[in-house]
Design a protein around this ligand. Structure first.
Ligand code: NDP
Ligand code: GDR
Length: 372
């Protein structure tokens, strides 16, 4: 049985990748962080009691800032494949925590590669690095492909640039099978609630049911190439199954603005939103409602506003990927369309909002957290 070790297994991608690898017959090991509250919600359905014999899903406490811990886990597990998905992955937060972001996102990759080398696992263990379209930042060419020059625009992207190159360097220096997936934005109902797509679907569902009044956003002109995380984790695995390690762009090749995403999400509730005004005064107004999925709304309601607190010190205005290489060499292409993605997210968040509305309607307090 092949063994995989996933860092960041409690995150969006980690949870989908774990499901996928278990389906492929792997023994899956994951690193989770110690937290004062439970942080395994996305993988609780995979949990196996430690008392069970022959477990194929095992969690280890660890942290990408802790070299000895990572080395010990690698020595213990002796994985055939390591997927380094752990990161402080929020671009905006990286401006607040640049040093921590560098420690985890840049040095974390180095720590694992060094452990592979020092433990003599370089001929056994294949390494996947979760690289990002954020590397392109201030884009030098459109669409972006493997040869497009990088121009990172945030502490997050600069840290990921180090991780990208140290992965290439360990491949070239020590012959480790190590590669980068340069993944464009990918989303799902499991997306963290402070990333823009999930913030939109979560908030619109709440607004439709009267749990919240306004969705506040930053730069609505930003253009992104959004895919589905379930599609993209398959590509992470495929990249480690080749004869030779290589870096690949993973994207849909279609681009939408944040504003478009709001409108697509609202239309799943039978609500048409028109945007009026500009700059800080731009608002999203309900212009028509169909069906009964948004009982708390009436035509004319202003439900989207701009809040400059969500602007970033340096923005990545546009990203659009060209994944021809992955399509040609690996026969990969995304299967889930943007319409299916948005609909899946909206249905899931509407169900959460319905549960919360039921609790609120019966006098129970419900948690309210606004995304960044
Ligand atoms: P998430 O933010 O959902 O998950 C990040 C994971 O990393 C979580 O499991 C988190 O643990 C863990 N983590 C954070 N800090 C540490 C640390 N110091 N030590 C150990 N684990 C840590 O990200 P995604 O699943 O969306 O993304 C996966 C990877 O892919 C990330 O590296 C991200 O930067 C990269 N990426 C993501 C893209 C996307 O669109 N989703 C696109 C391109 C790249 P906890 O649950 O405890 O917080
Ligand atoms: P991104 O994702 O920065 O591309 O990084 P995010 O969803 O945070 O932002 C996308 C774009 O939307 C704009 N935006 C807002 N963003 C957030 N979070 N909140 C808002 O209120 C808001 N309003 C507008 C942003 O300015 C940005 O332009 C994600 C992460 O998953 C990274 O880890 C990954 O590497 C990249 O995708 C590819």
């Amino acid at each position: 049985m092949r063994k995989a070790l996933i860092t960041g297994i409690t995150g969006q991608d980690g949870s989908y990748l774990a499901e996928f690898l278990l389906g492929q017959g792997y023994e899956v090991h994951g690193i989770k962080r110690r937290s004062s509250s439970f942080n395994t919600e996305r993988i609780d359905h995979l949990y196996q009691d430690p008392h069970e014999m022959n477990r194929n899903f095992v969690l280890h406490y660890g942290d990408l800032t802790d070299t000895s811990n990572l080395t010990r886990i690698l020595q213990e597990v002796q994985p055939d494949e390591v997927y380094n998905l752990a990161a402080q992955s929020h671009v905006s937060v990286s401006f607040d925590m640049p040093e921590y972001t560098a420690n985890v996102d840049a040095l974390g990759a180095l720590r694992i590669l060094e452990a592979i080398r020092l433990l003599g696992l370089q001929d056994k263990t294949r390494f996947y690095q979760a690289s990002s379209s954020e590397l392109y930042g201030l884009v030098q060419e459109a669409p972006q492909k493997e040869t497009t020059p990088f121009y990172p625009r945030s502490p997050y992207a600069v840290a990921k640039l180090y991780a990208y190159w140290i992965t290439v360097n360990y491949r070239e220096s020590y012959g480790i099978y190590a590669c980068n997936g340069i993944l464009f934005n990918h989303e799902s109902p499991r997306r963290g609630e402070t990333f823009v797509t999930r913030k939109i679907t979560r908030s619109l569902a709440n607004i439709a049911l009267g749990l919240e009044k306004t969705l506040y956003l930053g730069n609505m002109d930003a253009l992104r190439d959004w895919g589905h995380a379930r599609d993209y984790v398959e590509m992470q695995w495929l990249m480690l199954q080749q004869d030779n390690p290589e870096d690949f762009v993973v994207s849909t090749g279609v681009q939408y603005s944040v504003r478009n995403f709001v409108q697509m999400a609202a239309s799943n509730l039978g609500v048409i939103i028109n945007f009026m005004g500009c700059g800080l005064d731009e608002v999203g107004v309900v212009t028509s409602i169909e069906g009964d999925r948004a009982p708390a709304l009436t035509v004319g309601d202003v439900i989207v506003r701009v809040d400059p607190r969500y602007f970033r010190p340096a923005e990545v205005d546009t990203l659009l990927g060209d994944s021809s290489l992955a399509r040609q060499k690996l026969g990969w292409k995304p299967k889930i369309s943007i319409d299916e993605l948005v609909s899946e997210m909206m249905i899931s968040d509407l169900n959460i909002a319905k549960k919360e509305a039921l609790l609120a309607g019966n006098g129970f307090d419900i948690p309210f957290r606004r995304g960044e």
